[in-house]
Design a binder for this molecule. Structure first.
Ligand SMILES: [Zn+2]
Length: 306
């Protein structure tokens, strides 16, 4: 009798332990097909802390959950916007949802293959100096940029699809292009082009792709006259190489507000707009956010309530 009691207790604890490890939450992930560079939204019906993308045994992205407030008789829920960085290899991966209770829910996903272009850029001595010369100001500018991009607020300024930031449709470089930089001394480095470049004459108006708050509006050594706009928790749009900045830090702006004009300031070979979207500091394909809403509240809610 005594032995049976002990077994029962052990059984009880095992059940509780497994409940804490894998909670029965309702969740949904969009889109259904995931590729390198795609933004991903995760919604849950329970209090949750963050979601992490694990690939090849490494953490590749991490975003905090935020509350999507109740509206028009629709209940509140929690969502997180994360991205699959363009350098993540296709294949099996995991989205790890961490709940406020400490419980973990690992969701297996499959990242589909995606082709990216490649290009080689020869740098003039002046261009080479902009990226290579050590300068404490560049270090300070980088620290400020990363502190902004790493901040995840609670405000959803924009939830629909993004608008194009310029009327020009001439794209001189696209998202995810693998770049080789060839330096005057023969050195070569590789990088990924993390935004979209639109070729346009200097002075061409640049518009905000969505509603938001200006987080940064100032000159930087590498990116020239730069604007960063916060649109949703952890979601920022960046505009580089501007000739002119027409907004100031802290301004609240609408979709289509003129924020500046095309230029060729900083590390740039000619007048163009570099437009980039970051999610928790990681690159994401701006076109994906132009095709579908940044936060599709109705679709998320209908899928977690199914
Ligand atoms: Zn660019």
């Amino acid at each position: 009798m005594k032995r049976a009691f002990i077994f029962l207790c052990v059984g009880f604890f095992i059940v509780n332990f497994s409940a804490a490890q894998s909670s029965n939450i309702r969740f949904t992930i969009i889109p259904d097909i995931l590729r390198p560079g795609d933004p991903v939204t995760v919604a849950v019906d329970s209090p949750a802390k963050n979601v992490t993308l694990l690939s090849g045994g490494k953490q590749r992205a991490k975003s905090a959950f935020f509350i999507v407030p109740a509206e028009d008789q629709k209940p509140a829920f929690m969502a997180a916007i994360i991205t699959i960085p363009s350098l993540v290899d296709p294949g099996p991966a995991t989205l790890r949802i961490e709940l406020e209770s400490g419980a973990i829910r690992d969701v297996s996903i499959s990242i589909e293959p995606r082709e990216f272009r490649s290009e080689t850029i020869r740098l003039s001595p002046a261009m080479s100096a902009i990226v290579s010369d050590p300068d404490p100001q560049k270090t300070d500018e980088a620290k400020l940029l990363w502190s902004i991009l790493g901040y995840s607020g609670n405000e959803i300024y924009h939830s629909g699809p993004f608008a194009m930031p310029i009327t020009s449709t001439r794209r001189t470089s696209i998202f995810g292009t693998r770049r080789v930089y060839q330096y005057p001394d023969g050195k070569r480095t590789t990088s990924v082009h993390e935004g979209v470049d639109f070729g346009a004459p200097a002075g061409t108006p640049v518009f905000s792709c969505g509603a938001g708050k200006v987080a940064l509006a100032r000159p930087r050594i590498v990116t020239g006259n730069t604007i960063i706009i916060e649109h949703a928790p952890a979601v920022y749009a960046l505009y580089y190489h501007l000739e002119r900045i027409d907004v100031k830090e802290g301004d609240l702006i609408e979709t289509g507000t003129q924020i500046g004009a095309v230029g060729s300031t900083g590390f740039s070979t000619g007048p163009h707009l570099h437009w980039e979207i970051r999610v928790s500091g990681e690159n994401t394909d701006p076109d994906e956010f132009a095709k579908r809403p940044v936060l599709d509240k109705d679709l998320l809610l209908s899928r977690i309530n199914k």
